[in-house]
Design a binder for this molecule. Sequence first.
Ligand SMILES: Nc1ncnc2c1ncn2[C@@H]1O[C@H](COP(=O)(O)OP(=O)(O)OP(=O)(O)O)[C@@H](O)[C@H]1O
Ligand SMILES: [Mg+2]
Length: 579
Amino acid sequence: MKNIRRILSYLKRYKKYAILAPITVSIEVLLEIWIPYLMADIIDVGIANKDSNYVIRIGALMVLAAIVSLVFGVLSGRFAALAATGLSRNLRRAMFNKIQDFSFSNTDHFSTPSLITRMTTDMNFVQMTVMMIVRMLIRGPLMMIAATIMTFRINSELAVIYLIAIPFLAGMIAFIFSKAHGYFIQMFKKYDKLNGSIQENLIGIRVVKSFVRRDHEDEKFIKSATDVMETSMHAERYVTLNGPVMMLTVNICIIALLWFGGKRIIVGNMQAGELISFINYTNQILIQLMMISMVMVNLVISRESVARILEVLDEKLDLTDDKADKALFPSNGDVRFDHVSFNYSSRKDSSDTTLTDIDLDIPSGSMVGVIGGTGSGKSTFVQLIPRLYDVTKGSVKVGGHDVREYTLKNLRNSVAIVLQKNVLFSGTIKENLRWGNENATDEEIIAACKSARAHDFIMSFPDGYDTELTQGGTNVSGGQKQRLCIARALLKNPKVMILDDSTSAVDTATEAAIRTALRDHYKDITTIIIAQRITSVMDADKIIVLDEGRVNGFGTHEELMKTNEIYREVYESQQKGAE
Ligand SMILES: Nc1ncnc2c1ncn2[C@@H]1O[C@H](COP(=O)(O)OP(=O)(O)OP(=O)(O)O)[C@@H](O)[C@H]1O
Ligand SMILES: [Mg+2]
């Protein structure tokens, strides 16, 4: 209940619709209740007295009531939809904003597919439930109360039939849904899994195809889909009982009404029209009972979705810069690691750290290479510099200050990183490059692309810099994409430039040219280059050798060749490979 109230607080400027909807519904209900009453009058007064004027007058009133009730019905539906969609717009926006502030480890905590499911499937469900609540939860009880009052006014003895029918039906509905409820919850969990499988396959469709994993993936998918089907079948088996039970009860009620009411009419205690409107009210009461039960079921099921949405909104951000000095900017590209240890939060409990006691100094303007086996912690090491993750122990300093003293904006504007898994966004090449610097002039863009050796291939496209990239940049080659990412980072005009395996798909000659360009045109920038090939880093000022999260060696190529066993071995094996 507290959760629901919290969700509803996101209504904000759509609140008026959430209030207008029940009001218009109430008017609709009152008119709807009035109609059978008028009908009874037509039969019992107009027809009985053969007074056609009366019939026409009351008939016209009925039509008017029906039209006005229709108008208010349409209005209430519209208001309910506005309230529900407005709420979900605000909620989605709040979630999106929150996720934008997520650190890498916050995102790790949820996983991307789960975040997408929460923003789509769960959100839709909550939206639907809110719409139902706003409309039905007022309409149902109001209709039932009004209809019951009317029937008691017509004939309180006959109305006793409800006193038996309603508790019976309510009991049946409660029984059915208590049985089905568990299956519904399960069903939604299975939907999650199905969504996950679809997402993974669509994102990885190229890999699936190239590994000819189609049959295997097909099987996996069919299994999830069948799972969903079976669980829904279980749930539906109970839910479908609802209809027949309800119809049976209604019909029994009507027979009882006809039997007892008929007797009264024969004796002259009741009129035919009264009995007809009585039966009308009966129908309405039982239908509303059914509606209320549906809303209740939805409410119970959507509790799960609400909780999943609030989980995202309540996630504690683990990277904040509230206390940082907004006016502080890194003055140079000095990078210093002071006894840094680090562990991913998902592995907090494990005793071995991903990075252990890293202590080194990278002077401003130097070019440093990082070498190490896969999983040795190279990416982790560099991600600490722009504070994509926070250190567990020790400190990382850029320009003489701890990275936590800068605002994230100031820090990240000065430290450009080309991530190992990089992405381009849909839009033109130029738009993508402007991510680095919104105000970059065409000359600056071309200069950066020339340094990144991207200019020539961009110009070879018919549309040049205005070439449209597809989502994820799938219409450029791997090496072209890497070069675009480097150019994008260069446009930031950073103090520190980090390339995490960013030239792995570029041929060695082009790679060397990029390095030379970086040296010649960006002398003041500290450049940190992670590479698999020693040739990519051997002419760097210094090279870091990482092994299982520790610095195994730190020196020039010549020094490491003499003193560092790992480095020498890697070099020799790569030389042999080359020959
Ligand atoms: N987001 C993460 N959550 C938990 N553990 C992670 C995460 N990213 C990496 N790791 C783990 O941390 C260790 C170091 O990974 P890292 O990505 O830094 O290696 P790397 O040297 O860059 O490897 P590669 O050369 O393959 O890119 C690995 O054991 C890896 O499994
Ligand atoms: Mg890596």
